[in-house]
Design a protein around this ligand. Structure first.
Ligand code: ATP
Length: 462
């Protein structure tokens, strides 16, 4: 059974994220700007850890995937060939009643349900006013290359990173001498002028993707599609610690499939606003390479020497979003519990995604304690993501570390000056152990392994 998420969880997280430095509204001093956000000191660390976990699983631990970084602005013909210029659009409807808001036609029912209104009625979700006829609205941001603002100089900010991999397929084959099957992976910013962005950082106009195109021989694609669906689902649970009960793999219905896809599954998370997509895994067949081959006039086929056969490879694509994983981790990790009559807020983040793994806290600001604590923290930096904090009472500092998800805290007290030992406090159970300073790195390493095992137990629901 899935857990029913708290309906006010997003508001709680918006406030915690702002206060603690995870997420700020973009250009806030000017009143912000819709569907754009900045990431603060902790949010930046959390995002980097998400990317690193993906990079480790998709590139470092594999011998069949090459990384690439391609430009955000590409030759506009790329987007003509891919179908984005002609068809990357959503149906837009205007409210012609009092509020005059714009909606996505295909989101009307969900927007009405969210506001407690009858989803069957075709009327404005906000003011119940009449709606105009739907118009197609292209989601790509346009700009001009060079000083002259004319149609011939129009270029686009990429709406996905995938096309950078397709147009470089032949370059990667030639420069790496790769044989099929193999993948090309890329992480970077993408831009979509979404009609109805929202749900905090779930639907943004500037966001970050982590995509991989896995090129294979036609006929092997069905098996590889199944493999990548299982592998990507596993990654959320084992590498990020997301709870299985809140995660599902949902196959697309036939009428929902994108025109280029033979099959598609979404990895979805149960947010307070309902089940929503974190990652899409699609069998894109040879659609993209064939389209680019046709439009560019370049040969994008692959020559299989062993079989003496030339063909256009099929592609399996797992495409994930950093921002959606970010909000998933906050939702999934957030917990409140009663401790000695007070509410303790804990982010039960996996130790490999938490902004800090170890906080070093001197019991007081006395110079001799600060000096020892600073040198301990300095020595731990090369092995762990550490933070030093000597402000406020020790109790409040523990609370802060719990709230930002730091799995371990090392406290240096007056006894430490005599016995050269420190106390390790663990976030989830709040247990404490005393260890000699010289054995601290090893003890912290062991404790982090125990935290990883607990994160897996929690994710698997045992
Ligand atoms: P949706 O149906 O929610 O609009 P999509 O199916 O168009 O998403 P894809 O084109 O498959 O999304 O993009 C792959 C991934 O990129 C998504 O699973 C999501 O994690 C991320 N993503 C796409 N659009 C956005 C957005 N506007 N804001 C944040 N992340 C996004």
């Amino acid at each position: 059974m899935s857990e029913a998420p708290r309906s006010d969880l997003i508001e709680t997280l918006v406030s915690l994220a702002k206060q603690r430095g995870f997420v700020y509204p973009s250009s806030e001093i000017y009143g912000g700007i819709n569907a754009l956000y900045d990431f603060g000191p902790l949010g930046t660390r959390l995002r980097r850890n998400i990317r690193n976990r993906w990079w480790r699983a998709m590139v470092e631990l594999r011998d069949d995937i090459e990384p690439i970084e391609t430009s955000i602005i590409m030759n506009p013909q790329v987007w003509v060939a891919s179908g984005h210029v002609g068809g990357f659009s959503d149906p837009l409807v205007d409210c012609t009643g009092t509020c005059r808001k714009r909606w996505r036609e295909d989101h009307l029912a969900a927007e009405r349900t969210e506001r407690g209104k009858d989803p069957e009625v075709r009327a404005c979700p906000e003011c119940d006013g009449p709606l105009g006829e739907p118009r197609q609205f292209n989601l790509m941001f346009r700009t001009f290359l060079g000083p002259v603002e004319e149609a011939a100089a129009t270029v686009y900010l990429r709406p996905e990173t995938a096309q950078g991999m397709f147009v470089n397929f032949q370059n990667v084959v030639n420069s790496t001498r790769r044989r099929l099957p193999f993948g090309i992976a890329q992480n970077g910013r993408s831009f979509r002028n979404e009609i109805s962005p929202g749900n905090y950082i779930f639907r943004l106009r500037e966001f970050e993707q982590m995509e991989m195109e896995y090129f294979c021989e036609p006929g092997t694609d069905d098996g590889l599609f199944e493999y990548w669906c299982a592998e990507r689902h596993r990654w959320y649970i084992e590498d990020l610690g997301v709870r299985t009960v809140n995660l599902r793999l949902r196959p697309h219905e036939k009428d929902e499939l994108a025109h280029y896809a033979k099959a598609a599954n979404d990895v979805e998370y149960l947010f307070p606003f309902g089940w929503s997509e974190l990652e899409g895994i699609a069998n894109r067949t040879d659609f993209d390479l064939s389209a680019h081959q046709k439009h560019s006039g370049r040969d994008l086929s692959f020559y299989d020497q062993a079989a003496n056969r030339r063909f256009v490879p099929y592609v399996i694509e797992p495409a994930a979003g950093v921002d959606r994983i970010f909000i998933t981790l906050l939702c999934d990790a957030y917990d409140e519990e009663e401790v000695r009559g007070e509410t303790r807020v804990v982010l039960r983040l996996h130790p490999d995604v938490a902004p800090f793994q170890v906080a070093v806290l001197p019991l007081s600001k006395k110079p001799e304690l600060s000096e020892l604590a600073r040198s301990v923290e300095h020595d731990l930096r090369s092995r762990f993501a550490t933070e030093y904090d000597e402000t406020q009472s020790i109790g409040r500092r523990y609370r802060r570390q719990d709230e930002i998800g730091t799995p371990l805290a090392v406290t240096i007290d007056f006894d430490s000056l005599e016995d050269r030992a420190a106390t390790i406090r663990e976030r989830d159970g709040m247990t404490q152990v005393r260890v000699p300073l010289e054995g601290l790195p090893a003890a912290l390493g062991e404790q982090l392994d125990a935290c990883r095992a607990r994160a897996l137990d929690r994710a698997q629901g045992s």
